[in-house]
Design a protein around this ligand. Structure first.
Ligand code: V47
Ligand code: SF4
Length: 393
């Protein structure tokens, strides 16, 4: 069979999708109109093919993970985002938790004997957790374990804390850097469309402020992540608008490391009346994100939100990175209805999960340096799988 015939067989019979496929094969950027067209018209198999093509071009068979743990200092929050199941309003404070420095340090110390490389700290926005509170906390963590990568706080917290301290973004971030913050997680982005953002996350930092804070952070030479909350009231056009604003900022700074789509979970929140989107929609969203965000190196799936088998599936739809490893203590998803009530997985389990779907598990640090590439048989006592993915006994 000639090469042209082989290529033709893979191409769509839909002329517009075919032209997008050619663009992707030639490493050309797709437009916002084309992105929207993919969401609305491409079949899942067409999307999987393109997203996997890009994923394998960038990373081959590698699927990354890192060993991290989460600390949520409080779930009491001055804001009332309608999708949030976790925040306990100041009024219902007794139902929430508010850790002291000592309690947070006890959590950090409980990982002393474990080979974790990163701590992720994000929680509700509480007035008493001000600039001095976090600066003192971050310094104490760094003093205790200097090599632990500190990924902490989002523009939602920064905006609130800096405003309260009457200092500008740049000055505030310089103070955070000095205290030991290494990178910013992607939270608080929700959806950038101003009308919808006001409706579901009114009062907290605006889209412009979220993007501006990341921009300044990148200009200070530091890295961060980006997220998008999907599957609630948004349209495909809102999603493309969100992705486009991220792509434009990334062109300017190059400071985003990974994009993490976050699926809306509907338990115990004001949007509980909305049904959750299906796994097919999740996969479509990973794939379009991978195709559209040509200047993002990584697309990450947060497996406590998706569940284990769906996380495996996502690795064929553009995802190259899995988050949520050992002893993950995050409650934001378990309280919102994630099936993973106790979201923790050992490294052995995670490596197996990746190997089971024919990928190579790679442990990375927080800035994607390779710590270890796992070969088949590297995991002692690991179950081996045959061609049909059945355990070999
Ligand atoms: O900003 C809140 C989301 C985010 C719900 O950067 C919800 O490595 C779904 O950003 N259903 C916080 N999502 C978590 C986050 C994150 C997670 C993992 C890794 C990284 C990273 C960042 O959680 C919030 C919000 O968008 N969220 N409630 C809910 N009911
Ligand atoms: Fe507060 Fe964050 Fe929940 Fe919004 S999503 S209510 S900012 S904890």
């Amino acid at each position: 069979m000639s090469q042209q015939v082989e290529i033709d067989i893979m191409l769509s019979s839909n002329a517009l999708i075919k032209s997008i496929q050619y663009k992707v094969f030639n490493s050309e950027r797709i437009t916002t109109e084309e992105g929207l067209y993919l969401y609305e018209n491409a079949s899942l198999s067409e999307l999987a093919f393109l997203a996997n093509f890009i994923r394998e071009k960038k990373h081959g068979n590698r699927s990354y993970f890192n060993r991290n743990f989460h600390i949520e200092p409080t779930n009491v929050c001055v804001y009332t985002c309608s999708f949030c199941s976790y925040s306990r309003l100041i009024k219902k404070r007794a139902e929430g938790w508010e850790y002291t420095h000592e309690q947070i340090m006890d959590i950090v110390k409980s990982f002393d004997e474990k080979p974790v490389t990163e701590v992720h700290i994000v929680g509700g926005v509480l007035p008493k957790y001000d600039l001095e509170f976090y600066i003192k906390l971050f310094k104490a963590i760094k003093q205790h374990r200097p090599e632990l990568h500190l990924k902490a706080l989002t523009p939602v917290e920064f905006h609130y804390i800096f405003k309260k301290a009457k200092i500008g973004y740049e000055e505030g971030m310089l103070r955070m850097l000095e205290a030991g913050v290494d990178s910013l997680p992607g939270g608080g982005a929700e959806i950038f469309d101003e009308v919808l953002r006001e409706k579901i996350a009114g009062g907290k930092c605006s889209s412009e402020e979220w993007l501006r804070i990341h921009e300044i952070w990148h200009q200070l030479g530091k890295k961060s992540n980006a997220t998008m909350l999907y599957g609630h009231l948004e349209t495909y056009a809102h999603r493309i608008d969100h992705l486009d604003r991220l792509r434009m900022l990334q062109d300017k700074t190059g400071g985003f490391q990974t994009f993490i789509p976050l699926k809306f979970r509907n338990k115990d929140n004001e949007l509980s009346y909305l049904p959750e989107v299906s796994i097919l929609e999740d996969l479509k969203n990973y794939a379009v994100s991978r195709i559209f965000l040509d200047n993002f190196e990584h697309i990450k799936a947060y497996w406590p939100m998706l569940g284990r088998s769906n996380a495996q599936l996502s690795l064929s739809f553009g995802v190259d990175d899995l988050d949520g490893t050992i002893d993950d203590t995050t409650k934001i998803y378990s309280m919102a209805g994630s099936e993973e009530l106790n979201p923790s997985m050992s490294t052995v389990e995670l490596v197996q999960l990746i190997q089971q779907v024919g990928r190579t598990a790679v442990e990375r640090d927080s800035i994607y340096n390779v710590i270890k590439e796992y070969q088949e048989g590297d995991i002692p006592n690991a179950v081996q799988y045959n061609f049909y993915n059945l355990p070999v006994v």
